[in-house]
Design a protein. Structure first.
Length: 431
């Protein structure tokens, strides 16, 4: 029995539909019928001096059927970064007590259905593939309205013995489920393995909470009975993996405008919006990693500060051995989710000329916990232009006497990169 206690300031309004979620442990014995579950009871109760008194009650709420459990089920992704595609390898095997899952000998369409966490999707064929109509069903019953999965590969057993064809994996557009149309029996013993391309969702703080409330994958062996009804014969759920969230609106610019050559100490502004809250009380830090050709500068007289919504937060700056700059939150510092954050720091522009679109000119913004584990992380933030230096530069005056109005100076230099036609030579004299 589970009871939800309302506080003294809450009430349930009449005529309003309410929803809540709680964790339950399913019984060890499967339901007698695959499509009918046990009956639940839901009631509202008022506490009185005489005890609890029912206000309303529904003693016959239809529950869900409990299925026999697969022997094993696992999901291993190649990458765990949000807002990015990856390859997921899925493995499963059947309990000996279930026996062979017959496909060849039945006239009912049989499927292996995988339900992913909320907002996950399958990479699908483009417009040149099967045209998907608006999805009106769910799971395997929507297979005819779906597109073929991209990068679906059978791993074990080899393709001629694998229970689904190469084009048998399909998913409806925008759905977090996909189905394998089975063409061969699933036998007891082997661990069936396959992989496919999936898309990790864009994460906000709200979406993270929604996923964390039900972060699991589920596999089901399904047949389509008469009336297009799905009948699940066996299933298994496993906990999902944690996604590495990307900070949003990441940008890095020089603190002052103007031309920036190599070998110059400059102040830069790294701006972003974190998805996950961090705080000094939890021992969290921010790490700003510049391109390998640049060197963070810390110490007396070096600017290094952190601000949240333009309010400065206490932080201790430290240069890391790998070339990054760590801003460790101290005192009561806190960086909430979805706020504008600016980290101002000093770097030496290095010895390499850099263009904004150059692969080597990329910054990485990260937040880490006290154990050094990533919380949010965004690699590949484009940097700013760093100009090459002129070699063998010299200014040779004709006259060095004071108040000489007819003086002429000769300028000498060598360029390190080809200068295109129409370029300007700019000389800035002392004030």
């Amino acid at each position: 029995v589970a009871k939800l206690q309302l506080d003294g300031f809450s009430y349930l309004a009449a005529g309003v539909r309410f929803r809540f979620r709680l964790g339950v442990v399913n019984p060890t014995i499967p339901s007698v019928e695959r499509t009918v579950g046990e009956v639940w009871s839901i009631a509202s109760v008022e506490r009185t001096d005489a005890g609890e008194a029912y206000l309303e009650q529904n003693p016959a709420v239809e529950g869900y059927p409990v299925h026999s459990r697969l022997k094993s089920f696992s999901v291993i992704p190649e990458g765990r970064i949000s807002q990015s595609p990856t390859i997921a390898t899925i493995a499963l095997s059947i309990q000996s007590s279930l026996g062979v899952f017959e496909v060849v000998s039945t006239t009912q369409a049989s499927f292996l259905v995988i339900d992913m966490p909320l907002f996950f999707t399958v990479l699908q064929e483009g417009s040149e593939g099967t045209t998907a109509a608006p999805m009106s069903g769910t799971g395997a019953s929507a297979v005819m309205q779906s597109r073929t999965c991209l990068q679906f590969t059978s791993i074990y057993p080899e393709p001629k013995y694998f229970p689904a064809d190469a084009t048998g994996c399909v998913s409806a557009a925008g759905s977090n489920s996909f189905s394998l149309r089975l063409t061969r029996n699933l036998n007891v013993g082997p661990e069936y393995r396959f992989s496919l391309g999936i898309m990790h969702p864009v994460l906000t703080s709200v979406r993270m909470q929604q996923i964390n409330q039900a972060n699991y994958w589920q596999v089901r062996l399904v047949r389509i009975a008469s009336g297009n009804q799905e009948v699940t014969h066996t299933s298994r759920s496993e906990a999902g993996y944690r996604l590495l969230t990307l900070m949003q609106d990441c940008k890095v610019v020089p603190a002052r405008s103007g031309l920036l050559p190599v070998g110059l100490d400059i102040a830069v502004l790294a701006t972003f919006r974190p998805v996950t809250k961090i705080s000094a009380s939890a021992g969290d830090s921010l790490i700003i990693q510049p391109p390998t050709s640049m060197l963070p500068l810390v110490g007396e007289g070096r600017t290094c500060q952190l601000s949240v919504n333009a309010a400065i937060q206490p932080a201790v700056c430290e240069a890391l051995p790998d070339g990054g700059l760590q801003l460790k939150l101290v005192d009561d510092a806190e960086v909430p989710e979805e706020v504008a954050v600016t980290a101002e720091m000093m770097v030496n522009s290095g010895t390499d000329s850099l263009y904004p679109d150059q692969r080597e000119n990329r910054w990485t913004f990260s937040s880490v916990n006290a154990r050094g584990e990533f919380i949010d992380r965004t690699p590949g933030v484009p940097g700013f232009r760093v100009l090459p230096s002129l070699h063998n530069t010299a200014v040779l005056p004709k006259d060095i006497s004071a108040m000489s109005y007819t003086n002429h100076a000769e300028f000498r230099f060598e360029v390190t990169e080809a200068t295109p036609a129409g370029s300007l030579l700019v000389v800035v004299a002392p004030t």
